[in-house]
Design a protein around this ligand. Sequence first.
Ligand code: ADP
Length: 278
Amino acid sequence: MAEERKCSSTSCGKDSCEGCDKAKVDFSVAPHAMSHVKKVVGIVSGKGGVGKSLVASLLAVAMSKKGYQCGILDADITGPSIPKAFGVKDKVMASGEGMLPVYSQGGTPIMSINLILPSDTDPVVWRGPVIANTVKQFWSDVIWGDLDYLFVDMPPGTGDVPLTVFQSLPVDGIVVVTSPQELVSMIVAKAVKMAELMKIPVLGLVENMSYFRCPDNGKDYQIFGESHINEIAEAHGLPVLARIPIDPEIAAACDGGRIEEFEGSCMDMAAKKLEEDV
Ligand code: ADP
């Protein structure tokens, strides 16, 4: 029996085979003709509530402060939180040419389903393919203008929408967000393997809710248990881009729509890495 070459198709199972190679389809989607986006960075996490949207927001803010024009595509269609973090309430306007993102007070263009729905409490009860197509349209039909970085706040996990984003958008790298209470090693391994399949570089790991610094005695407490992020990062040959503490000021800024006013320096290293590597 002839030895089978291994196939690179995600659904085939072999590393390479002639059938799949012939049938290989290009799923990439062209951006809007009036969008000129230099770099696309995805922010991923294993589950919800670990601070993925916070990290996407803080990264955009940190890079904007460095003078880059940044935008945020909120691909977390069923759990959108970017407009709230930036205090953006206006609805998306559309012209014959396309959709215009809503600009935050600091000048960051944002596209999110919550800026389209009549009320931000309206749930999105849509089938996976509809959600995935919406995300594609946030890329193809939105007039992003000139951007140095577009940050994509992905839905948690490795489902339909992350797959669509990885296949349709020219993602230059992903940042994996974890928190110490998760099964971090498993989540990082899954994210790294998916990125490998998609041939997208993992830029590094961010550990959120890492510790709490007591304002009374200045000591750090590991509320959710000991952090293993350094060992896990080392095992995968990845850098730890940030360790963000549990900080009531972060929660207040995020939930009060004032993330652009947050003065912390927790994203400095991550921003430097983006500048150098992406
Ligand atoms: P995800 O996008 O992973 O679902 P979010 O970024 O929306 O998570 O964060 C969930 C909630 O946790 C938000 O209300 C946010 O304000 C809060 N939060 C996230 N990280 C921190 C932190 N380091 N300190 C305090 N609150 C945080």
